[in-house]
Design a protein around this ligand. Sequence first.
Ligand code: FAD
Length: 475
Amino acid sequence: MATHLVWFRHDLRVTDNRALFAACEDADAQVIAVYIATPEQWRAHEMAPRQASFIYQHLAALQLALAERGIPLYYQQCALFADSVDWLQRFIRQQGVDALFYNNQVEINEVQRDAALDRALPAQVRVHRFDDSLLLPPGSVTTGDGNMYKVYTPFRRAFLQRLSESDTRSLPAPAVRGNGQQPPLVALQPFDYPQQESQGDFPIGEEAARARLRRFCRENVGDYLAQRDLPAVDGTSSLSPYLAIGVLSPRQCFNRLRTECPDVLERTDGGAFGWLNELIWREFYRHLLVAWPALCKHRPFVAWTDGVRWRHAPQDLLAWQQGKTGYPIVDAAMRQLNATGWMHNRLRMIVASFLVKDLLIDWRLGESYFMSQLLDGDLAANNGGWQWGASTGTDAAPYFRIFNPTTQGERFDPQGHFIKTWLPELVEVPEKAIHQPHRWAEKQRRMLDYPLPIIDHAVARKDTLAAFEAAKQRA
Ligand code: FAD
């Protein structure tokens, strides 16, 4: 009997999983699955302990879902990717595997690991790879001369054209195999990695993720454009943690959106299209990572920005990390991140701009701090977001566009509801003073248990412009 092995990575689901579905197509084959945790590799990339816990909890759910279909999940810890290649070779030999199935990952270390395994496997083991983490595979949306787009809008135009010609149907979960007998559920040894629960509302399991998707597309997507920038409102999907580790697929998102909003591709001014647009940003950044693998090594896309003389300011960095800068919208956002591992997109843009353009601290320190905290940590989206905010990326904000953290707060959290949720020390401050509490405290002769602004925005803005201009001239 043939033995098919499915290697799960960042695709922790049984529904709409191309590799799993393909492995199960031969009804006579024995199908087994494996997951390999690589804690040392995670450490090197500062993966957030709460994302590791999220993966761990989803592994248990995956094990159960696979067992119900007659598929055992094997589980192994290897320190680094190189060890996982060695272990997998041995496992494939021991189990008599004749075909290996997996879904591609886009990051350079993962691509190199897979290439090393391919080289190491004997010819009789067939390897079946699938592009599953995106609506359209990397490299499939290109300019007329076959290159990756550097600007988002034309990419989106070409993307939508390709999408309308592509088969994006979701696949069902595989049927129960054999006589329906379930393999035993072996207790999964905890990862050799710090564990941390998120205080956010992110229930475990594919069902929970799909239920959230259905609810969002039915009830919220119509208001998406009006609400997506307001952190005090639950106006976005909060699906990123599930998409990041593949508990949910982008096809499932797109198909559910089309079911609820059949005219999504025609009504480009509606909330549904607005939401699809964000899913396409996700695609854009992943396609970019494949076209320019140096992004995985945190190189700026715009080379001259490497010459910016960043400040070495560990105390300011710490104040930013801890949410103690004296700018309430920045601090509330950072405290939300530290507690839940999730942060609203508008706030990610504000805090990134503050770190880079107010504190003039290297964007890579912000990028890695985000990774160490985010439940939805994703190299492509995080690097893309940081390079956008730092004006070092492709199609990024121009370097002279510098958010004013006070007016951003006034605009997007006018009553300070979000701020007061995360900064209880400001609860007494009246609405109209919430974005500059130190001024209010001074007038009222009150002592607040809240820091004074660590930097003067107007001065910082000038310094940053000068630092970028100097780097540009030196290049
Ligand atoms: P929704 O608004 O509901 O969007 C739906 C989905 O589209 C998201 O779940 C996400 O998968 C994708 N998406 C939305 N916006 C973007 C975007 N700008 N770029 C890429 N994909 C997007 N997103 C991550 O998933 N992981 C990260 O590590 C990450 N780091 C970021 C860092 C910075 C500095 C910035 C500015 C943005 C970052 N983003 C990241 C993108 C975005 O902020 C989050 O995807 C979004 O806030 C998640 O909330 P949601 O699921 O409610 O999004």
